[in-house]
Design a protein around this ligand. Structure first.
Ligand code: COA
Ligand code: AMP
Length: 634
């Protein structure tokens, strides 16, 4: 017997143009598309070619023009500043139109890039939407990245203007953003013409005459500007994400496909309607923040929550329940790590009982593998369905999920359920041959990818092809490994590259190795992600020193830890490293990362047949024990 999910899934693969053409009718277009899917330039596919649309119009003006002007569009809830501020659709539209006027006043026009480096304040969303309004391409950089990471993005995106704030607030610490911004601009060879700075009451940044503008002063003089029609294929944003080197990948999102796909997901995956309150507890610096704090819920006419706080410590592990009950949240989306933190501080869920969660219907988890313990704890304590779903910065929305608005499948722990309509997910071997149910291989998606997924990397079609399309011709490589069972449930097991997942944040061990190699005493190094109860994985560094180094190992370790913090940022959570005499390698010189990782995680391992010198493994085990890993953890 078929159900709505099966029907939708089959239709989306057999007739993608019919399927997405119908979904697109739910959006506002200035001019209808000539073709739903243009496949004339394979492997580059384009959606809604010839169509004209504006993302900001679909997010805000559309709702004001259709009777939702007085409904809350965005609720800013900030336990770290004791603030709750609500914007109706009309108020948010007006603020955005004015800030679009500020940008236009600085000469920003369609196609110009604007980098947004901001904490979780409404002005971050306002800046994003204002860019969308005038066709400028925003690139939001997560606040936990250090100046050098920001500089790399400035260098690549070449923004005309940057938008930032005087500071962000971490649990017990004010982070001054302005010095980080100034340093990044110093390092970068590209210099933005203007920086617009939002001054927060807890920290006033000094402004550079002629370059920096005060947000409030600029807004006071600004004239609101209207949305402009853009080609559906024009870029909406660039979001940089970790690649295998220190050079991040600039994932591009277009306007048309993105509006269509995200609006479709709100009902079909998340089962929310216009008027419902939807909360993605993430950060606007990540793809989850783009798709589900800002764009998706606003396209749908929901009320979105922008939360400046942490799951624990702001002030306690009950803050999620307070927000849900206070604002009537129907659906929460966060990373499993947030729930592990809550579970750690409130194992019996006592704080949950203090709040009325009667409006709360579904918890969605993504960003890393959802461990069965966390899912079960959440189910038992919240008494709502807990839905794991799998996606990536590149895809922009879920590849696999239990599509709650279509059909609710029984949950299988460890699986994000089935491929979502639009995603033809398969498992292949290294020769690109499809492999049978239950067998582990590379998880790939048959081209074309659905609307909303990345059309390319910013100004780098070659890297897009090389990173995602060349290895398995005709498919998109997710770089995740896993399997599909007899019933079509997908299991995502691990990355096939050197990306690690730390507290739901995607990081490159290759980028960290580049930093460690720069230490004058380090001859060779490796960084691996090892299991961590709270964060899922944390990076650990192994250092082989140059001959004749007399400095103490402790000092060298402290220095490399500080270097990663300064160059990549605190978000890397790089706190542990150890000096080893040598690294285990194959006879051809490849570091045996998989084996070291297994030793560190206390898993059984085979001595690889290709190993150069098996005695190194015992040395590694000792080194790992000395930093509390391997057998030492038991
Ligand atoms: N600006 C500046 N610094 C930041 C930052 C920001 N926006 N976000 C994080 N940091 C810093 C933290 O202060 C911390 O610094 P520290 O080493 O001095 O303590 C470091 O970066 C690591 O941060 P984080 O990974 O957030 O760890 P944490 O120990 O502060 O908190 C959790 C742990 C689990 C509570 C937290 O990671 C969390 O809430 N995760 C939710 C997951 C999430 O939002 N994922 C996004 C994808 S859905
Ligand atoms: P990001 O681009 O930061 O969203 O990270 C994407 C990566 O996180 C994926 O390629 C996976 O490795 C991992 N990931 C995200 N969601 C899940 C999930 N539900 N299950 C397993 N891994 C996940």
């Amino acid at each position: 017997m078929t159900n709505l999910y099966d029907e939708a899934y089959q239709k989306s693969l057999k007739d993608p143009e019919g399927f997405w053409g119908k979904a697109a009718e739910d959006c506002h277009w200035y001019k209808k598309w000539d073709k739903v899917l243009d496949d004339s330039n394979k492997p580059f596919y384009r959606w809604f070619v010839g169509g004209e649309i504006n993302t900001c119009y679909n997010a805000l003006d559309f709702h004001v023009d259709n009777g939702r002007g007085d409904q809350p569009a965005l609720i800013y809830d900030s336990p770290v500043t004791n603030t709750i501020k609500k914007y109706t659709y009309r108020q948010l539209r007006d603020e955005v139109a004015k800030f679009a006027g500020v940008l236009a006043g600085q000469g920003v026009i369609k196609g110009d890039r604007v980098i947004i480096y901001m904490p979780m304040i409404p002005e971050a969303a306002i800046a994003m939407l204002a860019c969308a309004r005038i066709g400028a391409v925003h690139s939001v950089v997560f606040g936990g990245f250090a100046s050098k990471e920001l500089a790399t993005r400035i260098q690549d995106a070449k923004p005309k203007v940057m938008v930032s704030a005087s500071c962000g607030i971490e649990v017990q610490r004010v982070i001054k953003y302005k010095p980080l911004l100034d340093e990044a601009i110093n390092i970068s060879s590209h210099k933005p013409e203007k920086c617009i700075i939002f001054q927060r009451p807890m920290e006033t940044a000094s402004l550079i005459e002629g370059r920096d503008l005060d947000w409030n002063a600029a807004m006071a003089d600004a004239k609101p500007v209207d949305c402009i029609p853009l080609a559906a294929t024009d870029p909406l944003y660039i979001l940089y994400t970790s690649g295998t080197t220190g050079q991040p990948k600039g994932v591009v999102r277009d306007n048309g496909g993105h509006v269509v796909a995200l609006k479709w997901t709100m009902k079909n995956i998340y089962d929310v309607d216009a008027g419902d309150v939807y909360w993605a507890a993430s950060d606007v610096g990540w793809v989850v923040g783009h798709s589900y704090i800002v764009y998706g819920p606003l396209f749908k006419g929901c009320t979105t929550i922008l939360f400046e706080g942490k799951p624990v410590g702001t002030p306690d592990a009950g803050v999620f329940w307070r927000v849900i009950s206070e604002h009537g949240v129907k659906s929460l989306f966060t990373a499993p790590t947030a729930f592990r933190a809550i579970k750690r501080d409130d194992p019996k869920g006592e704080l949950i009982k203090k709040y009325d969660l009667s409006n709360f219907k579904i918890l969605f988890l993504a960003g890393e593998r959802s461990d069965p313990d966390t899912i079960k704890w959440s189910e038992d304590n919240l008494k709502v369905p807990v839905i794991d779903h799998w996606w990536q910065t590149e895809t922009g929305w879920a590849i696999c999920a239990n599509c709650m608005g279509l059909h609710r499948f029984p949950v299988k722990y460890g699986s994000p359920t089935k491929a979502v309509p639009g995603w033809n997910v398969q498992v292949v071997d290294p020769d690109c041959k499809q492999i049978g149910p239950g067998e582990i291989g590379a998880l790939v998606v048959k081209l074309p990818l659905p609307p909303g997924a990345l059309p390319t990397l910013y100004q780098n079609d070659a890297r897009y092809k090389e990173s995602y399309l060349d290895e398995f011709p005709g498919y998109y490589k997710t770089a995740d490994a896993g399997y599909i069972d007899e019933e079509g449930y997908v299991y995502v097991m691990s990355r096939t590259d050197d990306i690690i997942n730390v507290a739901g944040h995607r990081l490159s061990t290759g980028a960290m190795e580049e930093v460690l190699s720069d230490h004058p005493d380090v001859a060779e190094c490796a960084v691996l992600g090892v299991e961590d109860k709270l964060k899922g994985q944390v990076p650990v560094g192994f250092l082989v020193l140059k001959a004749g180094v007399s400095k103490s190992h402790d000092d060298i370790v402290k220095e490399v830890v500080q270097m990663v913090r300064d160059r990549i940022g605190p978000v890397a959570a790089f706190k542990t490293a150890t000096v080893v005499k040598r690294l285990p390698k194959t006879r051809s010189g490849k570091i045996l990362r998989g084996t070291i990782q297994k030793i560190a995680d206390n898993q059984e391992y085979k001595v690889p047949a290709t190993i150069d010198d098996p005695s190194i493994l015992a040395e590694m085990e000792e080194a790992l024990k000395s930093i509390g890993l391997a057998g030492a953890r038991k």
